[in-house]
Design a protein around this ligand. Structure first.
Ligand code: PLP
Length: 386
């Protein structure tokens, strides 16, 4: 068989590999504490599950509109207004099977050989993978530990070339738990006026997980970007719905037709019952979300304190999402060595910083989407072992 060149450029998400290895060790009888997984350890709230169950029972078994049910798109537009006080048209919302699909569509729309796309490093590995798959050149945006894993706007602006088509931003961020500083964002947006052809993809999938009373700084608040802004968000993290596969993208008017065609050409639509559950998630009570975020906050403070008490580890305070990204260079191990040894010798699953880009060397990602007891036990074991 002769396959397309681009298939050689497809990367992966190591979280799934670590999960497979941890599962194999568990089957072999080893006790495992999984701090590698990027999904809430809570069930989907009962009112949402019930809405999905009822939708199936009521006969919602067929195709829906490719861009999503009108009522769901309206509910998303209302939610954007509630969260960010920005009025958007429901016609610019595309419902997709999970947040990743908006990412993939953006790369397919902008990426081709000769184009450049900028992405955060360390960052979600699928950015780099899908940019390369599209044929475009991935250009890293360096995140600085000393800036709480924010970027330097001056550096981003100075790396823009005539080939730059798209800049990807992610805040709150995976894997760092970092939140972009408002001052850097203001500077970047102001500087982008000089580059009117460069589009922005902002991945805001962790937007509801901000701590210390901080409000999420969405790019929706920069109205000057409206005609070149793509916003990625969805239900996976906020409503503990990773397995339902439901996400939304906000697209510039000029691209709505193209991305709707991409949906028609790939998945046709998201399954109807899941979309109905998604309406309940947005319009129903939000107290389960608040409870989940409060529980994450307790664990965030605990993991920050415990990580900093381990010899050779130092961690900045994560400000969002449910990840800590300690610097482990003081241990003398590489990220990958430490990931492997913690898993094999202690049964603790974490992810090497290098799985998130070159700038991740010297760091390890811990997900604190796990119980306080498990976090305490894992960190005590690591401290003793180190
Ligand atoms: N964006 C980021 C930064 C993520 O961490 C993830 C999942 O881990 C996604 C997008 C994808 O979310 P979904 O499961 O909805 O596709």
């Amino acid at each position: 068989m002769i396959t397309a060149q681009r298939t050689n450029h497809l990367g992966t998400e190591s979280a799934f590999e670590v999960l497979a290895k941890a599962n194999a060790l568990a089957v072999a009888g080893k006790s495992i504490i999984n701090l590698s997984i990027g999904q809430p350890d809570f069930p989907t709230p009962a009112n949402i599950v019930e809405a999905g169950r009822k939708a199936f029972a009521d006969g919602h078994h067929g195709y829906t509109a490719a861009n999503g049910m009108p009522e769901l798109r309206e509910a998303v537009a209302e939610d954007i207004f509630t969260q960010h006080q920005t009025k958007v048209s429901a016609d610019q919302i595309l419902i997709v099977p999970g947040g990743k699909v908006t990412m993939a569509f953006a790369m397919l729309v902008f990426g081709e050989p000769g184009a450049e796309i900028m992405y955060p490093d360390p960052g979600f590995p699928i950015y780099h993978s899908m940019i390369s798959f599209s044929g475009a050149t991935p250009v890293p945006i360096r995140l600085y530990e000393e800036k709480g894993f924010s970027f330097s706007a001056d550096e981003v602006l100075s790396n823009i070339t005539p080939k730059t088509r798209l800049i990807i931003l992610n805040s709150p961020a995976n894997p760092t738990g970092g939140v972009v500083e408002k001052a850097e964002l203001d500077k970047l947006v102001a500087g982008l006026e000089r580059f009117p052809d460069v589009a922005i993809l902002t991945d805001e999938i962790y937007s509801r997980m901000c701590y210390d009373g901080m409000k999420h700084q969405s790019l929706f608040s920069y109205s000057q970007l409206a005609d070149r802004l793509i916003v990625l968000n969805g239900w996976s993290k906020t409503y503990a719905m990773t397995g339902w596969r439901l996400g939304w993208g906000y697209w510039p008017k000029s691209l709505v037709e193209t991305v709707t065609r991409l949906a028609i050409n790939t998945h046709s639509c998201v399954n109807a019952a899941t979309q109905i559950a998604g309406i309940e998630a947005l319009r129903g009570p939000q107290d389960e979300v608040d409870k989940m975020v409060a529980a994450f906050d307790v664990r965030r403070k605990l993991i920050f304190e415990r990580l900093n008490s381990i010899n050779g580890f130092s961690s900045v305070m994560p400000k969002g999402a449910f990840y800590a990204f300690p610097n482990i260079s003081g241990t003398g191990f590489t990220s990958r060595e430490l990931q492997d040894r913690l898993l094999e010798e202690l049964g603790i699953a974490t992810i090497a910083g290098t799985s998130f880009g070159e700038q991740g060397e010297g760091f390890l990602r811990f997900s604190y989407a796990n119980s306080v007891e498990n976090i305490e036990e894992a960190l005590s074991l690591i401290a003793a072992w180190i």
